[in-house]
Design a binder for this molecule. Sequence first.
Ligand SMILES: Cc1ncc(COP(=O)(O)OP(=O)(O)O)c(N)n1
Ligand SMILES: Cc1ncsc1CCOP(=O)(O)O
Ligand SMILES: [Mg+2]
Length: 210
Amino acid sequence: MNAGAPLRGLYAITSQAVCDDPIRLDAAVRAAIGGGAVLLQYRDKLASPAQKRANAAHLLGICRQMGARLIVNDDMQLAAEIGADGVHLGQSDGAVAAARALLGPAALIGVSCSGSLDRAQAAQDQGADYVAFGRFFDSRTKPQAPQAAIEVLVQARRQLRLPICAIGGLTPDNAAPLLEAGASLIAAVDGVFGADDIAAAAQRYARLFD
Ligand SMILES: Cc1ncc(COP(=O)(O)OP(=O)(O)O)c(N)n1
Ligand SMILES: Cc1ncsc1CCOP(=O)(O)O
Ligand SMILES: [Mg+2]
């Protein structure tokens, strides 16, 4: 995916299990991008700062080689240090303005909005590049995340100009209505990285965008 290409397609987010083993991480991410993921998020809640830096830099190399873009979860400093394409910010991960000042005008800054249009409007006003809503379904990765209703996507599409990402329990079999409702990015952890055949799983999501 070229810098500046529309934010549309499969957004694969690393699972903790793949992050915990650098060799497995390499193979899994290559399979996900090979299968069609256009964005990769490095989400790793357990590694040491040094290991995270090494993993993130390694993933950036894979993304550059394979034509995907790398977003770092939570940590704008790490995104800046390795020259990632962007950062994903939840409610306690720092401000959009701070990330913009650190990462520059070309960086992709995503913001979690759960089910809140007000948060999404604020994120857009502050200069975010995409907003993420969810979880929409049961999620093995984050079962305690608050549930959002599909209708929020319809309203967000009407109200906002930013690309909309849907997340939370999304599979190739349940994601189509979310695209119809207004999402242009489908984010998945377990559906991609929990699959026996990661490339085939990614391909199934990617076909939703044909
Ligand atoms: C694409 C995308 N959407 C939402 C999230 C969740 O972010 P956050 O609320 O900060 O929770 P953690 O992922 O940090 O546990 C995300 N990471 N990516
Ligand atoms: C990080 C996050 N934020 C809301 S749901 C979720 C987890 C998504 O993972 P999965 O695709 O496995 O449900
Ligand atoms: Mg976060």
